[in-house]
Design a protein around this ligand. Structure first.
Ligand code: URA
Length: 434
C-alpha cells in the first residue's frame, strides 16, 4: 500500500477502506509517513469529506493507535466531558470541580488551543507550576483521592490524534465534521470513561457554523460513542458570540474562579449548569435535572466547588494560592480599551474574529512550535443585544507587544456590528441529543 495512492483516492472522492485508514494512521503514528503527505490527505478529506463508515474506522484506528486506558481502578461511574471548541470556552475549568464536588469522579483528557479556539491544557498552565503530564498511575490516584484529574494527551493515548491535532491546527484543516468527530471520540474512547457528555458548539465562533452541521456532528459523535458501548450525550450550545466575557488563557481562568464563587457571567453559569446536570444524571448521582441543578447550586453556594479547584490545582503541582488570589496569575503589561464609534445596539459579534484577535495578541500558536503568551487576551464589556453609546468601551485588550496590539485592535473593531435596533436574544442551548 502507498500513501500516494491513498491521497489520490481521497482527492478524487473515493471511499477509503478500513485497511487504508489503518495503514495511514499506524504509519503516521510510527513516524513513517511525513507531515507533508498527511497534510495533503487532511486537505483532501476536508474537501471530499468522509462517509459515516470511514469516520467510524478513522475514530477506531486513532483510539487504538496507543494505549486504551483502563479506569476500572477508579471507583464509581466515570464521566468525561468534551467541547468541540469555542471562543472564551473555559467551561471545563469551572464545570469539572463542580461535578467532582457533587461526587462524580472526573478523569478527563484535554487538549491545547486549536485554530482560533483555546484549549483547557494551555489555560490550566496559567497556574504557576501546574502540570498536565501525569502518568496513568498518578492520574488514577488523583481521581481516587480528590475526585478529579485532567491530563494532556500522553505519548501513549491516542497518539495519532495528538499528531493530527497539531498538524490540523496549522494547515487550515480543523473544521471538517469527520476530522472533529474522530479527533474527539478517539480520545474519549481511549481515555476510558463510562459516560461522555459532549458540548457541540454552533455559530460564528464554532468550527460548525451552521445549526444543521452542528446537529449532524452531534449525531455522528453520539452514534460512535454508543457503538463503542459508552453512554453518550450531546448538548448543542451557542457560540455565535464568546462565552462569558473573558477570552485568553489566564483571563479565562480568572473568570472560571469568579464563577465558582457564584459571581460569573450568566451565560457561562447556565452552560455549566446544563452540562453539569447531564453529567450528574449520566453518572447516576441525580434522578432529575432539577435535583442535579440543586446539587450544583449548593456546591457553589457552600464553597466546596471552589475548594475542589484548589485541591485539583495543588495535586497537579500548581499554586493553589492563585485560586484565592487570581492576581497571582500571569498579567499583561498593557490594558487598552476599544470604544464604540456610534450609538446603538450590538447586533452581532464576529466570534471567530475575537478568537483570532486573541491569537494576534500572542494567545495562540502560529506554528506547531510557537510558544503562547498566557497573559494576553480580551475582556468584553459589551455583548450581543447590549445598548452602547459612542465612545463607550466595547472591550479591553490585554497585550504585551505594541505591534501585536495594533493588529488585534483592528480585528476587534471590525468584529463588532452596531445597529439602531436591539436584536432578538438567541437561546444558549439549541438542543440535547442522547
Ligand atoms: N476538539 C478536539 O479535540 N478535536 C477537534 O478536532 C476539535 C475540537
Amino acid at each position: 500500500m502507498r500513501m500516494y495512492d491513498i491521497i489520490m483516492k481521497k482527492r478524487n472522492g473515493g471511499e477509503l477502506s478500513k485497511e487504508e485508514i489503518h495503514f495511514f494512521i499506524e504509519g503516521y503514528t510510527r513516524g513513517e509517513i511525513p507531515d507533508y503527505q498527511v497534510s495533503a490527505l487532511m486537505m483532501a478529506i476536508y474537501f471530499q469529506k468522509m462517509t459515516e463508515k470511514e469516520t467510524y474506522e478513522l475514530t477506531m484506528a486513532m483510539a487504538h493507535s496507543g494505549e486504551m486506558l483502563d479506569l476500572s481502578g477508579i471507583h464509581g461511574c466515570k464521566v468525561d466531558k468534551h467541547s468541540t471548541g469555542g471562543v472564551g470556552d473555559k467551561t471545563s475549568l469551572a464545570l469539572t470541580p463542580m461535578v467532582a464536588a457533587c461526587g462524580i469522579p472526573v478523569a478527563k483528557m484535554s487538549g491545547r488551543g486549536l485554530g482560533h479556539t483555546g484549549g483547557t491544557i494551555d489555560k490550566l498552565e496559567s497556574f504557576p507550576g501546574f502540570s498536565t503530564s501525569l502518568t496513568t498511575e498518578q492520574f488514577i490516584e488523583n481521581v481516587n483521592r480528590i475526585g478529579i484529574a485532567i491530563m494532556g494527551q500522553t505519548a501513549d493515548l491516542a497518539p495519532a490524534d495528538k499528531k493530527l491535532y497539531a498538524l490540523r491546527d496549522v494547515t487550515a484543516t480543523v473544521d471538517n465534521m469527520s476530522l472533529i468527530a474522530s479527533s474527539i471520540m478517539s480520545k474519549k474512547l481511549a481515555a476510558g470513561a463510562d459516560a461522555i457528555v459532549l458540548d457541540v458548539k454552533t455559530g460564528s465562533g464554532a468550527f460548525m457554523k451552521s445549526r444543521e452541521d452542528a446537529f449532524a456532528l452531534a449525531e455522528e459523535m453520539v452514534k460512535i460513542g454508543k457503538n463503542a458501548g459508552r453512554k453518550t450525550i450531546a448538548v448543542i450550545s451557542d457560540m455565535d458570540q464568546p462565552l462569558g466575557r473573558a477570552v485568553g488563557n489566564a483571563l479565562e481562568v480568572k473568570e472560571a474562579i469568579v464563577t465558582l464563587r457564584g459571581e460569573g457571567p450568566e451565560d457561562f453559569k447556565e452552560l455549566c449548569m446544563v452540562l453539569g446536570s447531564r453529567m450528574l444524571l449520566a453518572g447516576s448521582k441525580a434522578e432529575s435535572v432539577e435535583e442535579a441543578r440543586n446539587m450544583l447550586t449548593n456546591v457553589i453556594r457552600d464553597g466546596s466547588a471552589l475548594r475542589k479547584l484548589e485541591q485539583f490545582v495543588e495535586a497537579q503541582g500548581g499554586d493553589p494560592a492563585a485560586v484565592t488570589d487570581p492576581e497571582l496569575l500571569p498579567k499583561a503589561s498593557m490594558v487598552v480599551p476599544v470604544c464604540a464609534d456610534r450609538d446603538g445596539f450590538v447586533e452581532k459579534i464576529a466570534c471567530e474574529d475575537i478568537g483570532i484577535c486573541s491569537l494576534l495578541l500572542g494567545g495562540g500558536r502560529e506554528t506547531k512550535e510557537s510558544e503562547i503568551d498566557l497573559s494576553v487576551g480580551i475582556l468584553l464589556e459589551k455583548k450581543k443585544g447590549d445598548a452602547v453609546k459612542k465612545g463607550e468601551v466595547l472591550g479591553y485588550l490585554h497585550a504585551n507587544d505594541e505591534k501585536r496590539l495594533e493588529a488585534a485592535k483592528e480585528k476587534f473593531r471590525s468584529a463588532y456590528f452596531i445597529t439602531d435596533y436591539q436584536p432578538e436574544a438567541e437561546p444558549l442551548i439549541k438542543g440535547i441529543l442522547q
